[in-house]
Design a protein around this ligand. Structure first.
Ligand code: 13P
Ligand code: SF4
Length: 403
């Protein structure tokens, strides 16, 4: 892990100050020999420049300048500062997919984010544009929790329970292209953390049940917090158990059938984190991402997507204190960008998204320099049939009110 930016310690509180961890051996693997069965890609074939090279930033800048308008670099809010510096635009996964689609003249879209985001960009861009993920091992552990064969098995379970015809799949953006395509084929839509309520309202206009993939917490928080459902309207479908671990009667009685997936980063926040923070910082505003568990969201003052959290901070009263429950790179940047507020990280320990962090300056430099040399590396290509049906689901989302 590279050093992080200096922190204004006035903005951090005792033990809740972020901590720079020692380099993790996992991160130092730099993407070699990854799981071919997962949502992520395979080997990172590159001869990466040394992270210690003092000229790395200058090399990346020179390569980007040489490529000029041929390249467009997208950066997710959870990316490291050393990468953000090279992003032409920053955003959440939804905004970045749209930004990619809005750049038909860019020959190369370099996506500094994770695999499912780059897939969505490939689906939404033209066939002659190339989307590059600088480290193919930058996957998403949540997206990996729903494999297409598991989802097809689950659908057969719903058919056997007699409810498939009255069920629509709704999949979070954080899912593989194959699952988005499954959703498109079965009449459903994609959602993001900022439009999950709109997507579910749309689905329940014509369906009695929703199969929500793959994040149980976003599904539960939206169903209960926004649609006013009761906890007992939701069941968790465990793909590792026969029948999802549910009886046909339990499936038939449920409105929301929640895939038992979660984000390991947001799963770190607990109700005790909120209690502890409130005890030490009276008057603090607690804002958390909807990927947090229900009991955390219930204790928070606000719940918001990454874009929602950024907007809340931008609109906040000067001098107010905010404890934020989301990925640490974003929280650190919010502290730097809002010096008139006291910005705190909700957990006591470090909470980076390790897969987002795989995109670092050596990988970005390598990808850009390879393009200058005429080698397209780490390209993300979704096969045409999958791309077609995934696009159907994405277009349904884009047609929803407010999109
Ligand atoms: P956004 O949809 O807000 O970009 O979030 C993506 C994500 O992975 C959150 O953990
Ligand atoms: Fe996936 Fe969680 Fe990382 Fe987001 S923060 S990319 S959901 S693992």
């Amino acid at each position: 892990m590279t050093p992080t930016s200096p922190i204004n310690t006035d903005q951090a509180v005792e033990s809740n100050a972020w901590i720079d961890p020692a380099p993790s051996p996992l991160l130092l693997l730099l993407g070699e020999r990854t799981d071919t069965q997962s949502e992520r890609g395979v080997d990172c074939p590159g001869a990466l420049p040394a992270p210690s090279d003092p000229d790395l930033a200058a090399r990346a800048r020179a390569a980007k300048d040489t490529l000029g308008d041929r390249v467009f670099v997208l950066g997710h809010h959870y990316q490291r500062d050393e990468v953000v510096e090279f992003a032409d635009v920053m955003g959440d996964s939804f905004k970045l997919a749209r930004e990619a689609a809005a750049r038909p003249d860019a020959e190369f879209i370099v996506f500094c984010g994770v695999h499912f985001m780059a897939e969505s960009a490939d689906i939404l861009t033209s066939a002659d544009q190339k989307v590059i993920l600088p480290d193919l091992a930058a996957g998403c552990s949540m997206a990996d929790m729903a494999a297409i064969n598991q989802v097809e098995d689950a659908w057969r379970t719903l058919e056997n329970a007699g409810i498939a015809a009255s069920t629509l799949p709704v999949t979070y953006m954080n899912s593989s292209a194959a699952i988005k395509a499954f959703t498109g084929r079965h009449g459903g839509t994609v959602c993001t953390s900022s439009n999950a309520a709109t997507s579910l309202d749309w689905a329940f206009e014509s369906a009695e049940h929703v199969l929500f993939l793959p994040d149980q917490h976003l599904g539960r928080n939206t169903a209960i917090g926004d649609l006013g459902m009761k906890p007992e309207d939701c069941v968790a479908f465990d793909p590792r158990k026969p029948g999802g671990g549910l009886t046909p009667d339990e499936l038939r009685a449920a409105k929301m059938i929640l895939w038992r997936g979660h984000c390991s980063v947001h799963g770190r926040f607990t109700p005790e984190c909120v209690d502890d923070m409130r005890a030490r910082v009276p008057g603090v505003n607690v804002i958390v991402h909807p990927e947090c568990k229900r009991e955390v969201v219930e204790k928070a003052d606000f719940v918001g997507s990454t874009e929602g959290i950024i907007k809340a901070l931008a609109a906040a009263e000067p001098g107010s204190a905010w404890a934020i429950g989301t990925e640490l790179n974003l929280v650190k940047r919010l502290a730097e960008q809002n010096p008139d507020q006291r910005v705190l990280f909700l957990d006591k320990t470090v909470c980076y998204c390790s897969t987002m962090n795989r995109i670092d300056l050596p990988h970005l430099t390598w990808a850009l320099e390879s393009l200058v040399a005429g080698n397209v590396v780490d390209q993300i290509e979704v096969d045409p049939d999958t791309a077609h049906w995934a696009r159907v689901a994405l277009d349904r989302m884009l047609a929803l009110p407010g999109a």
